[in-house]
Design a protein around this ligand. Structure first.
Ligand SMILES: NC(=O)c1ccc[n+]([C@@H]2O[C@H](COP(=O)([O-])OP(=O)(O)OC[C@H]3O[C@@H](n4cnc5c(N)ncnc54)[C@H](O)[C@@H]3O)[C@@H](O)[C@H]2O)c1
Length: 500
């Protein structure tokens, strides 16, 4: 089928390249001419594992081309809208890019068009799109609007496209539903040459094709992300309780996650969630609910807990270092998660801003995100690897759990640092190995241990696992502010700070 994808970001470029890979004739456009020029020249505008090879193969065989808006609108029977929907200051989704695309479609499209909302939008946006096209559309424009929310995860976007759990389609007509089924047929049947796995399918059940009305499909996306965010905030509160009560959150997660009704995924305690989806989608969902007269207090609390993670982490570091001014802090990881260069709303960026504000000197390394992080934080020093960043540091912070950080040469790290102290913000480091090399490791939701394997309860505690021979501070910690119902004074302001 002839398909055009509007917006060549993480979602749009992945969608365009993967649709071309499964056999469609795809044209992809973006309002950012610089990004289009990068793509036309065969380069990638961002890092996403495996995507570059699919883009270049599809470009070489002509199934994927990067074109201007007019050519894209003329080409596609199906128009996939993949533009950004960032948060406004009040938490609402900013739909100006969606509106701008709707205007272009109304002005230029002719004949039949299947308009596919892939961007994450508030419920009833499809209805608004229809109204807009009815009012402004050219004579002879026939269309269906479908909602096809995207569930890909940055870092595994290609895999997620080819092997989704489900494909949700909110369609109001049989024609629209059939077209969407045709578009995704190769994925549903797994009848394509998989660029990810040597042998496919990778032992998973085939994707469910879930057809709903458009309002429900739009709501599914916000409800899914908010639920996952809720799991993360829940386990973060449990981890605070573990620290205070002398329990170990990893053991608790093992016990909770063993229940199939709950599952262990997204029960990872740490410095909180970030990225371009969870924080903004959570806020938008709360706002959407308010619009319809529902007070989603549960999700407000999820947001408040998440924002407090940054305060808590910085406070614990300050407590351990006494003061932060003039301290040299190594930061391992800047992206909001591993396997991406995306730093939008990354907790690492929010934490570094706080540390810089208190006068700390930041020496950072991230395998992919340094260029983007430097634009946000020009004052930080960037290094070629984790060891160089840790040179003469008073503490090192693991803020993104890239695999390579989990496999560092701990003897080398210990020798490089002024004080062998690591704050593991993701509970991803091998704490016993660190202790064996004389490194004090502060994890999340851990009981105090005086030596490897010997846990002592020290409530109210700091989760400090010390190396043999190191003193343990077990004084009541000011560093762990208790989460209140109200959360930080201005959660949205804090989030805006985290994201910019
Ligand atoms: N990033 C994710 O992991 C993810 C996952 C699922 C859903 N989503 C949703 O998908 C949407 C896109 O997210 P993203 O991460 O790809 O964003 P992005 O910022 O990476 O990409 C959006 C692109 O749209 C372009 N654009 C903006 N206005 C345009 C216009 N009028 N015409 C053409 N192009 C325009 C921008 O230049 C940009 O390149 C958002 O609604 C997001 O919530 C994102």
């Amino acid at each position: 089928m002839k398909i055009s994808v509007i917006g060549a970001g993480y979602v749009g470029l992945t969608t365009a390249a993967c649709l071309a890979h499964i056999g469609h004739e795809v044209r992809c456009t973006d309002s950012d001419r610089g990004k289009l020029a990068v793509l036309e020249s065969g380069r990638m505008p961002f890092y996403e594992p495996g995507l570059d090879a699919i883009v270049s193969a599809a470009s070489a065989n002509g199934r994927l081309r990067f074109v201007g808006a007019h050519e894209a609108l003329a080409h596609g029977e199906a128009l996939f809208i993949c533009v950004g929907t960032p948060p406004l200051a009040n938490g609402d989704a900013d739909l100006s890019a969606i509106e701008s695309v709707a205007r272009e479609i109304a002005r230029h499209a002719q004949g039949y068009r299947l308009i596919v909302e892939k961007s994450t939008v508030p419920v009833q946006t499809g209805q608004r799109l229809r109204r807009h096209l009815d009012i402004y559309g050219r004579a002879g424009l026939e269309y269906d609007v479908v909602s096809n929310p995207e569930f890909l995860r940055e870092g595994s976007a290609v895999e997620d496209f080819f092997h989704p759990d489900r494909i949700v389609v909110g369609a109001e007509s049989g024609r629209a539903r059939r077209l969407m089924e045709d578009i995704y047929r190769p994925v549903l049947d797994q009848s394509f040459a998989c660029p990810v796995h040597a042998a496919c399918p990778p032992g998973r059940a085939p994707a469910a094709f879930i057809v709903t009305d458009t309002n429900s499909a739009e709501l599914i996306k916000h409800a899914s992300n908010s639920f996952l965010a809720m799991k993360i905030s829940y386990i973060n509160m449990v981890s605070d309780l573990c620290e205070a009560a002398g329990a170990d959150v990893d053991s608790v997660v093992q016990g909770i996650g063993g229940d199939r009704r709950i599952g262990a995924s997204f029960l990872r305690p740490g410095i909180g969630f970030g990225g371009f989806c969870f924080p903004k989608d959570l806020q938008a969902f709360v706002r959407i609910a308010e619009t319809f007269g529902c007070d989603f207090g549960l999700l407000k609390q999820v947001e408040a807990i998440n924002l407090a993670r940054v305060d808590r982490f910085v406070a614990r570091l300050r407590d351990e270092l006494w003061t932060l001014a003039g301290k040299k802090i190594a930061v391992w990881g800047l992206a909001f998660k591993p396997e991406t260069d995306d730093v939008r709303f990354a907790p690492a960026i929010a934490i570094i801003r706080r540390l810089l504000a208190e006068g700390a000197e930041i020496h950072a390394f991230d395998p992919q995100a340094m260029e983007k992080a430097q634009r946000e934080l020009p004052a930080i020093h960037l290094h070629a690897d984790a060891y160089a960043a840790a040179e003469r540091a008073d503490a090192a912070l693991l803020l993104t759990e890239w695999k390579e950080f989990q496999q560092l040469d701990w003897a080398r790290v210990a020798a490089a640092m002024a004080r062998p102290l690591i704050f593991d913000g993701r509970n991803a480091l091998p704490a016993p190995d660190l202790a064996a090399h004389g490194i004090q490791c502060v994890g999340i939701g851990k009981a105090v241990s005086t030596a490897p394997g010997k846990a002592v309860s020290a409530a109210p505690s700091k989760a400090v696992s010390t190396a043999p021979g190191k003193a343990v501070s077990a004084a009541p910690s000011k560093a762990a502010p208790v989460q209140t119902a109200a959360g930080p004074a201005h959660p949205r302001a804090a989030l805006a700070e985290a994201g910019r």
